[in-house]
Design a protein around this ligand. Structure first.
Ligand code: ISL
Ligand code: CA
Length: 534
């Protein structure tokens, strides 16, 4: 049954709030210790009660689970660990019945090495599927070039049988697809149409800025920042594929948000404006880490302000987030582990210009996990890094602390439901936080912020203007007739406003305050004011 798809008004998603679900750790419905689709169905009333509009489901496709489901062996099948296609269709129907939308992860930079296409491609140089992937002549000791994968290994794996190596920007079990091959592109486009016809409401575009590669003789000139990734980060020619994708999304009224690593804020409007390839963009720049391993709030603030100003100027659109499945918990990374810090951080990002996404457990104040052994971790890049550190002479504890400091494993521990367990199994698939109590006051604050976004056009579509831009710890901005002040630090902050400011009234705050010419903000405080004359 193909759901009638009303053509979405172009800016309807400006009012939305997204909620990201990592299904493996969300809710286990059948007692095997692994989260699943029926578990998501069970929690739809909770998600509806939060007020979120669109659910982003991390991959639930058939996968050997080398990279948390981002190594897909069948794009059009649900992995049995998550349930069946019938379960998925029931989930989709129930999401729609509750007036919410569901977007899936579109992982088309690569497949799993267990995908039938790659099983075939390895057989011989002239196999029909060989050029669905990227091969180049090599020997056991000499790979085609010195490019590195994001996972700290060479970006090539040699295959002796055909005396060639294949290319992968992630794990060797994730061979990159050859987007230069029109036959491959058509297969991907058909798969995308299949899911949209099934009735999903759009996609989060995984690693989409990597699908075009530079010629193999491209020379990496810098190892700083994104230098090592230049040959496969927003490379010229990608725009042709993105235009094809946009045509399919437009034809189906799909909501799309791209994970576009390496697309700079001055270019991101072209990707997300009215003629853009997608509706919104997740930038990967704001997680600025200070030498002590904690986030730099001033670094975070500078990046956020630049993205907000550039995309406002260019008519583009941000997807906003503090947490996702690829990073540590924000209460520990940006905050100091207290609920006060989590609340000030929530206000700081939830009212910016863009579509905010809340990651599962963020609204409960879930913290990082105290890993005791490398076996407790599951992200593939950690194993390689851990072994290298041990070889370099670190003790197991030193190596573990280094590898897990800001690891994405922290965001993948099972949900700690306030009034429920994650599973009835004795041992969930991954270590579970002990003695954690959900911070319900934080959940309530998220509910209030979501309601504010829904009710106030100034927040969903208003202009943004930053105040105290050089202050190292205060993130302050106006959204038309709203004024948002957040002190993202344990230190008090002294602010002086110009005299004869217009009258404001507080609508939300960590304490009840009037807006006065000179204000001292408490540690981790937040105040949302609205012009009294509005
Ligand atoms: O890795 C990066 C920077 O260090 C990014 O440039 C990269 O684009 C990003 O990490 C990609 O992440 C996505 O694709 C991966 C998967 O492991 C992640 O979970 C997913 O979010 C491969 O599919
Ligand atoms: Ca299960």
């Amino acid at each position: 049954m193909t759901l009638e798809r009303e053509k979405m008004k172009t800016t309807e998603f400006h009012k939305w709030v997204g909620y990201q679900i990592y299904p493996k750790s969300f809710k286990d419905s059948n007692g095997d210790g692994i989260g699943d689709l029926r578990g998501v169905i069970e929690k739809l009333p909770y998600l509806k009660s939060l007020g979120v509009d669109v659910l982003w489901l991390n991959p639930v496709y058939a996968s050997p689970q080398v990279d948390g489901g981002y190594d897909i062996s069948d794009f059009c099948a649900i992995d049995p660990m998550f349930g069946t296609m019938a379960d998925f269709k029931e989930l989709l129907e129930k999401v729609h019945a509750l007036g919410m939308k569901l977007i899936m992860d579109l992982v088309v930079n690569h497949t799993s090495d267990q995908h039938p296409w790659f099983i075939e491609a390895q057989k011989s140089r002239d196999n029909k599927y060989r050029d669905y992937y990227l091969w180049a002549d090599a020997t056991e000791d000499a790979l085609p070039n010195n490019w590195r994968s994001f996972f700290g290994i060479p970006a090539w794996t040699y295959q002796a049988a055909t005396k060639q190596a294949y290319f992968h920007v992630f794990a060797s079990q994730q061979p990159d697809l050859n987007w230069k091959n029109p036959a491959l592109r058509e297969e991907i486009y058909a798969m995308i149409r299949w899911w949209l016809t099934l009735g999903i409401d759009g996609f989060r575009l995984d690693a989409i800025s990597h699908i075009q590669k530079a010629p193999w003789d491209f020379k990496i000139t810098s190892l700083k920042g994104n230098g090592p990734w230049q040959p496969f980060m927003n490379v010229a020619g990608i725009e042709h594929y993105l235009s094809d994708l946009r045509a399919i999304f437009e034809a189906n009224g799909a909501f799309t948000v791209g994970e576009a690593s390496g697309v700079t804020s001055d270019k991101a409007s072209a990707w997300t404006d009215d003629d853009g390839y997608m509706d919104a963009i997740f930038e990967l720049e704001h997680r600025v880490i200070a030498p002590n391993g904690h986030a730099s709030i001033s670094g975070y603030k500078k990046v956020i302000m630049r993205w907000q100003q550039d995309l406002q100027a260019g008519g583009g659109w941000n997807a906003l987030y503090l947490e996702n499945h690829d990073g540590p918990r924000s209460i520990d990374l940006y905050g100091d582990g207290t609920v006060a810090s989590a609340k000030a951080l929530a206000v700081s990002f939830m009212l910016l210009r863009g579509t905010p996404f809340i990651y599962q457990g963020q609204e409960l104040g879930m913290p990082n996990f105290p890993f005791q052994t490398i076996e407790e971790t599951t992200a593939p890049e950690n194993q390689a890094a851990y072994e290298k550190l041990i070889l370099s002479g670190l003790t197991e504890k030193e190596a573990l602390d280094k590898v897990t400091k800001n690891s994405r494993d922290h965001s993948r521990t099972p949900m700690k439901w306030p009034d429920d367990t994650f599973t009835t199994a004795d041992r969930p698939w991954m270590v579970e936080l002990q003695d954690f109590t959900a911070k319900l006051e934080l959940t309530e604050l998220y509910r209030a912020l979501i309601a504010l976004r829904h009710d106030e056009p100034a927040i969903s579509d208003g202009a943004i203007d930053f105040l105290f831009t050089t202050h190292p710890q205060v993130l302050a901005y106006t959204r038309d007739d709203f004024l948002i002040l957040t002190n993202l630090s344990t230190k008090k902050a002294h602010l002086s406003f110009p005299p004869n400011m217009v009258k404001y009234k507080q609508v939300l705050g960590s304490t009840r305050r009037q807006l006065t010419e000179n204000m001292t903000l408490d540690a981790w405080s937040y105040h949302v004011f609205q012009r009294a004359d509005s």
